[in-house]
Design a protein around this ligand. Structure first.
Ligand SMILES: Nc1nc2c(c(=O)[nH]1)N[C@@H](CNc1ccc(C(=O)N[C@@H](CCC(=O)N[C@@H](CCC(=O)N[C@@H](CCC(=O)O)C(=O)O)C(=O)O)C(=O)O)cc1)CN2
Ligand SMILES: [Zn+2]
Length: 766
């Protein structure tokens, strides 16, 4: 019988219960026991739901209180000094959260032996998703040991309530490759790591599991030298560790390509393939993978919200089943369902024509079960479902001939500023006359409970639009006054009126739809509700002009306008699948371009077009990258190039490694770019120096993702390091990213410290 399997279930909770519980615990309003009870209830609920849907292999240990990579690191004893772990036994929750969020200087931390000022681990993108993981730190001294077999515990927890789960482990090779290694090649640590993984597997088997899912997503990437041998060593060792335990080796987010032959030779019981991103790999896999071993077909898209074309997916599955392989098949989502919202059931306000085409996590599980059944019992057994799927696919997305016409009329000049940077810089410096190291910020000020409550009240009809807008203006005015007072050279309006930098624009653009509860975890307790692009995109009316113009009216300093760029709008939305992504991106670029033109006309002299997700869309394989970069750069330029020389275009990127795309970042030709560098100690600046990045740069000197307030001296040190690499005349001083997730208690002193730091350095530089 075909096994209906799942690779991972969303963990934030259908109503973001985990978020609420975490934030309540962090603020001291609830106890550790209460937090753990909520977590346990969420796990029990999702197990029951999956089992009830007919899923045969229900995953466990896919749940986490913050991040599954951090969980893995803590379980393996990969905890740097200074975080209060004794080097033996379980890692405390205090240590765990200090690694995730940095020390906050609380008494509890002191008791737990956490060094005051301990910073959070670096956080980075999980492959090409909007999920972020914490990067484990490896050194030659790293000693692996099993601090707690969380996988075995999860198996027991499930069995106690009647579900035999399939625990999910991040595989040893991917774990090492995803870590940050100092003075050691990560794969050199494999021999020391494997005995601990072996111990984990023995514990899992003892706990009563029959299958374990080991994720090796790095198998779909260009592997470094030595990886192939590492995989062979690792899986031979693991296969021997627990002979009674079947290993499903899971790959996702792309095709195995040249890694397929050696992967197919690994001694594992099953192999999972992403057949949504890479349907073409099925043929090769069928040829390479022995028919007496399990093949898990990832047929249901774990990365997007569209219903599966069941007929087509069933066709692929039937093809795989031919030739005697039918007895050893699993059907599953392409990857963990972590990247999609929980349930469509909660969405009561969607256009029915759209709702008919959607499937969130729970609906995707039903699709998996239907496909498994169709495979075993034949098409007739799922005929009504196939019919509904056909009907949904046949409905056309919304088209707008005006948008198509505009796209047809694009010219190369439209993506070209009028003059080269040097000439623009002259015009801009004359216009703005800023000091060296001008102080600015990335756009948002704290999204406090008060700010969110205003929006919530408006949504519930408890407040009029006018009253809401007046309250937002008052907040903006106060923020502008404060920035003037502390000496910020280029203030921002604060983005109080925005729920999210992508959703806010999506809500105002034609072609977009948005959900009420479509939350997806981005990191820790932070979630996003990605808007859904289901028609041609255009801008019916100005979106931000009123707020920027209002803010500018309050100050003589240049007020920086604030927009989200087309590439980020694309990468952080769920995108229609009937048009190539570059076409959708050009549509968005033209909409943003209209806004840029209107801002300029309204007297806004500096406009920031954020592209934090620019890198996120980068294909995982080097050979696919050039094409993406070509159109992504073009789209950014299309949105920005409408302005005159004296209008200064800024852009901002965070969570990016820039080294390998620095030429393209330069080609975006923004006058100023602000980048994330604080968490990695200015490491990223090396790229900008090496390439002699020609325009202005604001290297972030305050890691706003941590609640720690840096003092001026710390920021001076970072700025000094930056000034060694970039001529001071082209440097700006700013935080790492927007301050929406911080509180005013942190932002006020940190910004004042930043102004002081910039002044100190200015004095040094004369
Ligand atoms: N889309 C996106 N991706 C991104 C980022 C980003 O800013 N946006 N930043 C990077 C880091 N990731 C982040 C992701 C989320 C958040 C974040 O702060 N998210 C907020 C939600 C943002 C939002 O949409 N807020 C809405 C809804 C707020 C809300 O929860 N309202 C309550 C009601 C509140 C009340 O009654 O007072 C509810 O709906 O239940 C609003 O403000 O209007 C959160 O998790 O808390 C920050 C960073 C990378 N990826
Ligand atoms: Zn940012």
């Amino acid at each position: 019988m075909t096994i209906a399997a799942n690779l991972g279930y969303p963990r934030i909770g259908p109503r973001r219960e985990l978020k609420t519980a975490l934030e309540s615990f962090w603020s001291g309003k609830s106890t550790e026991a209460e937090l753990l009870a909520t977590a346990e209830a969420l796990r029990a609920g999702s197990r029951a739901l999956q089992q009830g849907s007919g899923i045969n292999h229900v995953p466990s240990t896919d749940f986490t209180l913050y991040d599954h990579v951090l969980d893995t690191a803590c379980a393996l004893g990969v905890v740097p000094d200074g975080y209060g772990w004794s080097g033996e036994g379980p890692v405390s929750l205090a240590t765990y959260f200090a690694l995730a969020r940095g020390a906050r200087g609380t008494e509890a931390e002191q008791e737990a032996g956490i060094r005051p000022g301990a910073t959070a681990l670096e956080m980075t993108k999980w492959f090409d998703t909007n999920y972020h993981y914490l990067v484990p730190r490896l050194t030659p001294e790293t000693r692996f040991q099993l601090t707690r077999n969380r996988w075995a515990d999860a198996v027991r927890e499930g069995l106690a309530l009647g579900t035999r789960t399939r625990p999910v482990l991040l595989g040893p090779v991917s774990f090492l490759l995803l870590s940050k290694a100092e003075d050691v090649r990560p794969l050199d640590l494999l021999p020391a790591l494997l005995p601990v993984y072996a111990e984990v597997l023995r514990g899992i088997a003892e706990a009563g599991a029959t299958w374990v899912q080991i994720d090796e997503p790095c198998l779909v990437t260009d592997l470094p030298p030595g990886a192939e041998a590492a995989y062979a060593t690792a899986y031979h060792a693991l296969a021997e560790a627990a002979p009674g335990l079947d290993i499903l080796l899971a790959t996702y987010f792309g095709a195995l390509r040249e890694n397929l032959p050696f992967t197919a030779a690994l001694p594992v019981a099953g192999l999972h393939l992403d057949l949504v991103r890479a349907p073409d790999q099925l043929a090769d896999a069928l040829a390479a993978w022995p028919a007496d071993r399990w093949l898990s077909l990832g047929l249901v898209d774990g990365r997007n919200v569209w219903r599966t074309d069941l007929r087509q997916a069933l066709g692929l599955a039937q093809h795989a089943a031919a030739g005697g392989r039918g007895k050893r098949l699993m059907v599953a989502p392409s990857c963990s369902l972590l990247h999609v919202p929980h349930s469509l059931k909660l969405e009561t306000a969607l256009d029915p024509a759209l709702a008919r085409r959607l499937a969130f996590a729970n609906e995707k599980l039903a699709e998996v079960v239907a496909l498994a059944r169709g495979l075993d019992e034949g098409e007739a057994a799922i005929a009504p479902l196939l019919k509904a799927s056909d009907a949904a696919r046949a409905e056309a997305q919304r088209q707008d001939p005006a948008v198509a016409a505009r796209l047809g009329a694009l010219t190369p000049e439209m993506a070209q500023r009028r003059s080269p940077y040097a000439q623009r810089a002259e015009a801009q410096h004359a216009r703005f006359n800023l000091p060296k190291l001008p102080v600015t910020s990335i756009g948002s000020w704290p999204q406090t409970a008060e700010v969110r409550a205003l929006r919530a009240r408006l949504a519930r009809g408890e407040m009029t639009q006018d009253a809401h807008d007046a309250a937002m203006e008052a907040l903006t005015a106060e923020a502008v006054r404060w920035q003037e007072e502390i000496g910020v050279d280029v203030p921002v309006h604060g983005e109080f009126e925005r729920n999210d930098m992508v959703k806010y624009f999506g809500e105002q653009l034609a072609g977009y739809a948005f959900t009420k509860h479509g939350w997806v975890q981005s990191y820790g307790s932070r979630c996003v509700a990605p808007p859904i692009i289901w028609g041609d995109v255009s801008r019916p009316h100005p979106m931000t002009v009123r707020w920027s113009a209002f803010a500018q009216s309050l100050t003589k300093r240049p007020m920086k306008g604030m927009l989200t760029g087309p590439v980020t709008m694309l990468n952080w939305s769920f995108v229609r699948d009937d048009l190539p992504r570059d076409v959708v991106c050009r549509q968005i670029a033209l909409a943003i371009r209209d806004e840029v033109a209107d801002l300029e006309a309204a007297g806004i002299g500096m406009i920031q077009i954020d592209e934090p997700a620019f890198r996120e869309g980068l294909p995982l394989r080097e050979s696919d990258r050039a094409e993406y970069l070509r159109w992504a750069v073009e789209c950014f330029r299309l949105s920005a190039s409408v302005v005159g020389d004296a209008t200064q275009i800024h852009t901002h990127m965070c969570y990016s490694e820039f080294n390998d795309i620095i030429a393209e970042i330069a080609a975006m030709d923004a006058d100023v770019i602000s980048i994330e560098t604080a968490r990695s100690d200015m490491e990223l600046l090396a790229a900008f120096e090496g390439f002699a990045y020609p325009n202005e740069i604001g290297p972030g000197v305050w890691d706003i993702h941590s609640p720690r307030v840096p003092d001026a001296a710390e920021m001076v040190a970072l700025l000094r390091r930056a000034a060694q690499r970039v001529p001071a005349g082209r440097l700006w001083a700013n935080p790492d990213c927007g301050c929406k997730t911080r509180g005013w208690a942190e932002v006020r002193p940190a910004m004042a410290n930043l102004v002081a730091a910039a002044r100190t350095l200015r004095a040094e530089l004369v």
